[in-house]
Design a protein around this ligand. Structure first.
Ligand code: NAD
Length: 206
C-alpha cells in the first residue's frame, strides 16, 4: 500500500503520517505549508516520507505527483480549517476546500486509486437541535463559510463515487485536540485564556 496524504504537515494530518510511517506504510505527503502547516511536525519521520510542498488546487502539479508516485490510497486532510477566519474572508476556503477537493477527485478518477478517504467535518450538520445528536443521515445544514465549503467537498466526494464509481469514503469527525494543534483552535484558546486568567469565549449557549 502506498498512501498519499494531503495536509500532512497540519495538526491531524501529521499525526496520521507519523502513525502510517510507524506502521511501515509507504507515505507521500502533499502540503502547501500555509500558516497552519509546519514541517517540524514531521521531523521524526522526514527521512521516511516523500514530501511535496504543493497546492492541491494546482492540477498540473497534482497530476505530476500522481504519475510519479502512483499511490493507491488517498487520505485527504488538506483544508483551510479555522471557522473564524472563514467569516473574515471565505476566498481561500472556497479555493482549497472546494476547488482543491475537486482537483484531487478528478486526478484520482483517472488513476488506479483503490480508496479515497475524504475528511469532512461534523460541522456539515450545523447546530445541534434539542436531541443533542447527529446521525449519518441527518440533513446537512452548514452554518459558516468553512462548513459550507466542507459540505460542498463532502457532497462532491459522494457525487464522484455515485457518478464515476470512485471508491470514496467520507469521514465527519468532531472536534479534535492534542499535541501540535495550532493555538487558534477552541481547546487551546480555552486553555490559554484560563491559564492567563482571561474570560473564556462561549459560543451560543456553550
Ligand atoms: N481539527 C479538528 O478538530 C477537525 C474536526 C473535524 C474535521 N477536521 C478536518 O480535518 C482536516 C485536518 O484538520 P486540522 O485541524 O489538522 O487542520 P490544520 O489547519 O492543522 O491543517 C491543514 C493542513 O492543510 C494544509 N493546506 C491548506 N491549504 C492547502 C492547499 N491549498 N494545498 C495543500 N495543503 C494545504 C496546511 O498547510 C495544513 O498543513 C481538515 O480537513 C479539517 O476540516 C478537523
Amino acid at each position: 500500500m502506498k498512501i498519499l496524504v494531503t495536509g500532512g504537515a497540519g495538526f491531524i494530518g501529521s499525526e496520521f503520517v507519523r502513525q502510517a510511517v510507524k506502521n511501515g506504510v509507504e507515505t507521500v505527503v502533499i502540503d502547501k505549508l500555509t500558516y497552519a502547516g509546519d514541517f517540524e511536525r514531521l521531523k521524526e519521520v522526514k527521512d521516511k516520507i516523500n514530501f511535496y510542498k504543493a497546492d492541491i488546487t494546482n492540477k498540473e502539479f497534482v497530476e505530476y505527483i500522481f504519475k510519479k508516485e502512483k499511490p493507491n490510497v488517498i487520505v485527504h486532510w488538506a483544508a483551510e480549517s479555522h471557522v473564524d477566519r472563514s467569516i473574515l474572508d471565505a476566498t481561500s476556503f472556497i479555493n482549497t476546500n472546494e476547488r482543491g477537493t475537486q482537483v484531487l477527485l478528478d486526478v484520482a478518477k483517472n488513476s488506479d486509486i483503490k480508496k479515497f478517504i475524504n475528511i469532512a467535518t461534523d460541522e456539515v450538520y450545523g447546530d445541534l437541535d434539542e436531541t443533542g445528536q447527529f446521525y449519518e443521515d441527518t440533513p446537512l445544514n452548514p452554518s459558516s463559510p468553512y462548513s459550507a465549503r466542507k459540505a460542498s467537498a463532502d457532497m462532491l466526494g459522494r457525487a464522484y463515487q455515485r457518478t464515476f464509481g470512485l471508491p470514496v469514503i467520507t469521514v465527519r469527525p468532531s472536534n479534535n485536540y492534542g499535541w501540535w494543534q495550532y493555538q487558534e483552535k477552541l481547546i487551546p484558546v480555552v486553555i490559554l485564556k484560563a491559564l492567563n486568567d482571561e474570560p473564556v469565549p462561549v459560543y451560543g449557549r456553550g
